[in-house]
Ligand binder design. Structure first.
Ligand code: DNO
Length: 345
C-alpha cells in the first residue's frame, strides 16, 4: 500500500510541505486542471507538478482524473478524436512517471450530495445526502451543490437532451469501446486505469449509471480482461448503495484495485446519510474489514484518505480540508500496520 493525498495543484491552499508532514505520506494525487476536457495536457505542465511534488519530498504516481469527454460516453462519431487525445495523455503520464490514472464514466455529473456543510453535533461539518432534498431539486434548472458550474443551464439542458434514450447497455458498450481503444497506450506507458464508481451508485436525473455494483465489475472485467483495466475502490460511493457488501468486493477485486479511496458514511435512516471521520466506529462502512480484506488478498495499490469533515474551524474545500484527511491517513496507516503484522506481512 502506498499512502497518498489529493492535491489540487498550485491553486490548492494546502501547501505540499504540510502534506509531507503527515507521517507515512508517499505522494500526491493530482491533475492538470486548466486544460479543457478532451484536449491533450502539455507534458511540461505534468512535469512541473511532478517537480513541485518532488521538491517537497513527494511522488506523483497517480493522476485523478483525466476526465472522459461526453462524446465518448455518448458514443458519437467524434469520440475517436477525443480517444486519440486521451491516449496521448496516458503516454504523457507515463513519461512523467505516473503509474495509475483514475477516471469515471458517469454521464454529465460526477459525485453528488445534497448538502456540503452538514452540521455535526460537535461543530464539524461534512457532505451529506438527503432523499427529500434531492426530490426538491429543479430538474429543469439544475444548480448542484459543489458542482463546478462548467455548463450554463442551457448547455446543461442541451447535454442532458443528448442523453435521451441512452440505456445502460449502450453506455456500457461505449465504456468497453473506450477501454479497448486505450489499452495499447496503457501497455506502452505502463499505466493502470482505475475507474471510479458512480457516486451515488444509482441512476440520477434519468441518466444511466453502470459502475456501482459487484455484477458491474464482473461484466467489466469479462469484457476487457487486460490487466491495465482496474478499479478505484471508493468506499463512500459504493457504500452509499446499501446493496453492496464492501469487504466481499474488496476481497474479490483486491488485485484489480489500483487505487483505494477510503471514506466513512453514517446512515440516519434508510436513504439519508452524512460523511464522517474515517474510523469504523463512526459510521456504517466497516473500514477495518475492508482493509483486512485488501491486505489478505494481495492489494498493492495506492490509497488515499477520501472526504473528511471540516474540523477545528478550518474552512476547507468541502470534503477536502487538511485536518480530517490527515487524521484519516494516519488512522488508515495504523490499520494497515496492525493487519499486516497480524498476517505476518
Ligand atoms: C470525489 C472524487 C471524484 C473523483 C472522480 C474521478 O470526491 O473522488 O470526483 O475524482 O469521480 O474521475
Amino acid at each position: 500500500m502506498k499512502l497518498t493525498f489529493r492535491w489540487y495543484g498550485e491553486k490548492d491552499c494546502i501547501p505540499l510541505s504540510y502534506i509531507k508532514q503527515i507521517q507515512g505520506m508517499t505522494g500526491v494525487v493530482t491533475a492538470v486542471y486548466d486544460t479543457p476536457v478532451g484536449e491533450v495536457w502539455d507534458l511540461e505542465k505534468l512535469l512541473r507538478l511532478k517537480a513541485l511534488a518532488a521538491a517537497a519530498g513527494l511522488e506523483m504516481e497517480v493522476i485523478e482524473s483525466i476526465p472522459v469527454h461526453e462524446d465518448i460516453k455518448l458514443g458519437l462519431p467524434t469520440r475517436d478524436k477525443y480517444i486519440e487525445a486521451y491516449k496521448q495523455n496516458i503516454i504523457n503520464c507515463g513519461k512523467a512517471g505516473v503509474k495509475c490514472v483514475c477516471y469515471n464514466f458517469m454521464p454529465v455529473f460526477d459525485w453528488f450530495r445534497t448538502d456540503l456543510h452538514y452540521k455535526h453535533a460537535d461543530g464539524a461539518t461534512s457532505l451529506a445526502y438527503c432523499e427529500a432534498d434531492f426530490a426538491k431539486l429543479d430538474k429543469k434548472n439544475l444548480r448542484l451543490p459543489g458542482w463546478d458550474e462548467s455548463y450554463t443551464p442551457e448547455e446543461l439542458n442541451q447535454l442532458l437532451a443528448k442523453y435521451e434514450g441512452m440505456t445502460h447497455e449502450k453506455l456500457f458498450e461505449n465504456l468497453v469501446y473506450f477501454l479497448k481503444a486505450i489499452m495499447p497506450a496503457c501497455e506502452e506507458a505502463d499505466v493502470n486505469m482505475a475507474i471510479h464508481p458512480d457516486d451515488p451508485p444509482w441512476d440520477i436525473f434519468g441518466l444511466p449509471r453502470i459502475v456501482g455494483r459487484e455484477e458491474d465489475y464482473d461484466k467489466l472485467f469479462a469484457a476487457v480482461p487486460n490487466k491495465h483495466n482496474g478499479i478505484t475502490f471508493c468506499t463512500g460511493s459504493l457504500g452509499a448503495g446499501r446493496f453492496n457488501d464492501l469487504p466481499k468486493m474488496a476481497a474479490k477485486y483486491a488485485k484489480r484495485i489500483y487505487f483505494a479511496h477510503l471514506r466513512q458514511l453514517k446512515f440516519v435512516n434508510e436513504t439519508d446519510f452524512y460523511e464522517n471521520g474515517h474510523r469504523t466506529a463512526d459510521g456504517d462502512v466497516d473500514i477495518y474489514a475492508i482493509v483486512k480484506a485488501l491486505v489478505e488478498n494481495g492489494f498493492e495499490g495506492y490509497l488515499r484518505p477520501d472526504h473528511g469533515r471540516n474540523v477545528w474551524g478550518e474552512e476547507g474545500k468541502p470534503g477536502y480540508g487538511l485536518y480530517d484527511r490527515a487524521m484519516g491517513g494516519v488512522y488508515l496507516s495504523g490499520l494497515f500496520e496492525a493487519v499486516e503484522k497480524d498476517l505476518g506481512k
